[in-house]
Design a binder for this molecule. Structure first.
Ligand code: NDP
Length: 384
């Protein structure tokens, strides 16, 4: 039986960032699940692919790079009004995802949120907006999707710790000095997930895990001291929660982003779908039984993780500064301007450069501190 969210009996889905990794997974779901109708698509620069997808799904498209920067919010708001979605998937990479998230929530539409930067930069502001307009924010990061479900199952009041798993990335076993000199090609060899360039580099530095720690604190109302990161190279356990009686509950599936996206799209229902159900005996490959392993993160070799915990503890403007400095530093590494080892140095130096504590009152505050942190980080890069 399909959802009856609209006259045609199909849930209308607007996909922001349809040409990227999350967008592609979302469109795969739409191709396979007749209960969803893609009603609109956006991209930034890839006009050719956007046009092809627009033709395939017979829906309007929006190319963000064709819109003047200060007109973006209005452009997204008009596009939402034109396409009349029941739900919006935000798969835009980086801080550029924040304005579209706001446009979605201002329109009162449920938001399937892969763009973690929206929460890291402006969590309290977007939660207040969602509450005011009576719509939901449904997390898609696999870890946060797992925790979201586990908190529902266990009862938020019974949980005293969140345990976020990390694959450890391609440098999990590398010596500290070798990591500092890693190339872009090394960083892009993610062992378990296939994702966009920026998040893959962040996964190699554990900067992505740092963003996820901040995201988890904000989404679920936990302090940084009640969040733990555990390295789990197989990426089968997506996260865990510990209840007050000391037991730990885990959520497992194959590492495929279609699982958390389906879970968010169908929320609050939990339904059969086209994906292969998870089966522990699938681990048996010939004679070899695959095992699940867990280890402590090597914070000495991956300093960005500790820097992110520090930013989560400071709260206020520090998460904004962490995200902005990391975007600048990771971007400079991708462009070949700095070595891999400089990424945590630049982020750490940016956070140390100012007092980032304080109350973030509105979006103006968010954008001003984002701009300031980028300026500081860029200064460290040009001085290096
Ligand atoms: P990709 O780089 O693969 O795709 C990014 C998408 O965003 C593209 O469609 C791109 O359009 C669009 N885009 C880029 N810049 C802008 C902009 N300035 N304005 C509007 N649209 C823009 O990223 P991912 O799919 O990997 O990641 C997307 C988000 O989801 C990130 O926040 C990431 O952290 C999060 N996420 C991703 C996961 C994954 O498995 N990939 C897992 C969990 C979270 P174009 O192609 O035209 O440039």
């Amino acid at each position: 039986m399909v959802d009856t969210n609209n006259a045609e009996g199909r849930k209308r889905v607007l996909v922001l960032g349809c040409t990227g990794s999350i967008g592609t997974s979302t469109l795969d779901i739409a191709r396979n699940e007749p209960s969803y109708a893609v009603c609109g698509l956006t991209a930034n620069r890839n006009a050719e692919k956007l046009a092809l997808l627009g033709a395939e799904f017979s829906c309007p498209t929006l190319l963000a790079s064709a819109v003047a920067r200060d007109g973006l919010k209005d452009a997204f708001a008009s596009f939402i009004a034109e396409t009349r979605p029941d739900i919006i998937v935000n798969g835009i990479a980086g801080s550029a995802g924040l304005v579209p998230s706001i446009a979605a929530l201002e329109a009162g539409v449920d938001l399937v949120l892969a763009n973690k930067e929206s929460v890291v930069m402006a969590g309290p502001l977007i939660f207040a907006l969602a509450k005011k307009n009576n719509c939901r924010i449904l997390p898609v990061d696999s870890e946060h999707s797992a925790i979201f479900t586990l908190l529902r199952q266990c009862g938020r009041e019974n949980v005293d710790r969140l345990v976020i798993t990390a694959s450890g990335g391609p440098f999990r076993t590398w010596e500290k000095e070798r990591i500092k000199n890693a190339t872009l090609a090394d960083a892009l060899k993610h062992p378990t997930w296939s994702m966009g360039t920026k998040i893959t580099v962040d996964s190699a530095s554990l900067g992505n895990k740092g963003l996820e720690v901040i995201e988890a604190c904000r989404l679920f109302g936990f302090s940084a001291d009640d969040v733990q990161v555990v390295v789990h190279p197989q990426s089968i356990v997506h996260s865990l929660v510990r209840t007050r009686d000391g037991a730990i509950y885990a959520q497992m599936s194959e590492p495929d982003m279609k699982h958390p996206i389906i879970s968010a799209l169908s929320y609050p229902a939990v339904r059969e779908n086209f994906m292969k159900p998870f089966d522990l005996t699938d681990f048996v490959c010939g004679e070899t039984v695959r095992t699940l392993t867990f280890e402590k993160p090597r914070t000495d070799a991956f300093p960005l993780l500790s820097i992110a915990f520090g930013a989560a503890r400071t709260d206020g403007f520090a998460p904004i500064a962490f995200n902005a400095a990391n975007e600048v530093a990771a971007g400079a590494f991708i462009e070949g301007k700095i070595g891999f080892g400089r990424i945590p140095e630049i982020v750490g130096a940016t956070l140390d450069a100012e007092n980032w504590a304080g109350d973030v009152r509105d979006l103006k505050d968010v954008f001003e501190s984002d701009r300031r942190a980028r300026e500081i980080a860029a200064g460290f890069i040009s001085g290096s």
